[in-house]
Design a protein around this ligand. Structure first.
Ligand SMILES: Cc1cc2nc3c(=O)[nH]c(=O)nc-3n(C[C@H](O)[C@H](O)[C@H](O)COP(=O)(O)O)c2cc1C
Length: 370
């Protein structure tokens, strides 16, 4: 058995689960964070998260379009089992986005198959507790970008479901990757800075007497950033872009190499068919989208509840573009990234990354493990 990573950072408690390292590897769809990455992260003592969106497309359960929803459920069941095999005692989460068509089915499947937590954003997860009510050990963690959203969720969950979130991930749309919790016009507004929003949420939670951990996401890159988030009251961080350049990340090497090659100016905002802006690498596809050139428009999987491509015949098919990206297709792929893309320097193991982030102490220096 390998030695656990020692650190002076505190443990992270979310609901009934405790991770030795207060770092959540953010869910990255489609299939950028699957069982391989999530299992490796959970094995080392942090929280590994499988992104549930469109997991089935590459599975043996998917033969044609009509198999899509069933294949997603079966593939999620298999991915959770695989990650659990790698990290039998680790904390394993599933990311479920409110905006996807099979949000309810994927949330139920995650809980039924032993996910320790569900992290849920891309919309307000108002109904999530009703999907998982038979699985009280499954912790529920909404992603929000404002104190207002955290307040609405607490009130609605308490009133309707008689419970509160087990933690909040606070995601800064000015830095995070993927779909963002602000409109294109709002992007860049310092009102979303984590140093501002985290204390606001903590003040609200304290005023209500709620003991709910708040986790910082978006632009967190190194130990200095982690320490700064703790200084502002966070109990942990969620990081995604940093985990792309790991050997265990489930994406094709071409995907990872883009992160090593690109400069800060290659990070762009695209208008997703979900009606939200997304942060991505300015690949050939993005250029064509911006120039009004030819892009794949045929609805690939009916993956979104509201879709500008399917419903209005505008934009592009996002399932098709994200699936091409994870397979390393530069011409047709949409490569989501956080604003820190160009800081990626090399591909390392998950253990090396977590040791660096935790500034691993020698066993003699470390506080006793409890
Ligand atoms: C490639 C990529 C894919 C992502 N996919 C998802 C997703 O499927 N669901 C989700 O809620 N967030 C998604 N995100 C957001 C991350 O989970 C995370 O909260 C955010 O990127 C944190 O900022 P950072 O990348 O600067 O660490 C994605 C981010 C990246 C970089």
């Amino acid at each position: 058995m390998t030695e656990p990573i020692h650190t002076d950072l505190p443990q992270l408690r979310v609901g009934k689960h405790t991770a030795r390292l207060p770092i959540i590897q953010g869910g990255m769809g489609i299939r950028i964070s699957g069982a391989r990455l999530a299992g490796a992260v959970a094995k080392e003592g942090a929280v590994g998260v499988i992104a549930s969106v469109a997991l089935g497309i590459k599975s043996s359960y998917y033969k044609k379009k009509k198999d899509y929803f069933e294949a997603n459920k079966l593939a999620l069941r298999d991915e959770i089992a695989m990650a659990r095999k790698t990290a039998p005692d680790g904390v394993i989460g599933v990311n479920c986005m409110v905006a996807i068509t099979d949000y309810e089915a994927m949330s139920r499947t995650a809980a039924e198959n032993g996910a320790n937590l569900i992290i849920s954003g891309a919309g307000l997860p108002l109904q999530l507790p009703s999907f998982t009510k038979d699985f009280p050990d499954c912790a529920l963690v909404p992603i929000v970008s404002t104190a207002k959203a955290a307040q609405v969720l607490c009130r609605r969950w308490e009133g309707t479901h008689g419970r509160l979130p087990d933690a909040f991930v606070v995601e800064n749309p000015n830095t995070a990757g993927g779909h963002l919790g602000a409109s294109r016009e709002q992007l860049g507004d310092p009102v979303y800075n984590l140093e501002k929003v985290i204390p606001e949420i903590i003040e609200y939670l304290d005023s209500e007497g709620y003991d709910i951990p708040v986790l910082a996401a978006g632009g967190v890159w190194d130990r200095t950033d982690i320490d700064r988030m703790f200084e502002h009251g966070a109990s942990g961080v969620q990081m995604a872009t940093r985990f792309v350049c790991t050997h265990e990340c489930d994406a094709d090497d071409v995907f990872k190499l883009q992160f090593l090659k690109r400069k800060p100016s290659d990070v762009v905002i695209v208008d997703s068919p979900a009606g939200l802006p997304g942060r991505a690498i300015g690949t050939e596809l993005v250029q064509r989208i911006q120039d009004g050139g030819k892009v794949a428009m045929q609805c690939f999987a009916n993956c979104l509840k509201k879709c500008l491509c399917r419903d209005d015949k505008t934009t592009f098919c996002i399932a098709y573009a994200l699936d091409k990206a994870v397979r390393g297709n530069l011409e047709e792929g949409l490569f989501f990234t956080g604003s820190n893309l160009a800081r990626s320097e090399s591909i390392v193991s998950v253990r090396e990354l977590l040791e660096e982030l935790c500034e691993a102490l020698t066993p003699a220096q470390a506080p006793a493990l409890v």
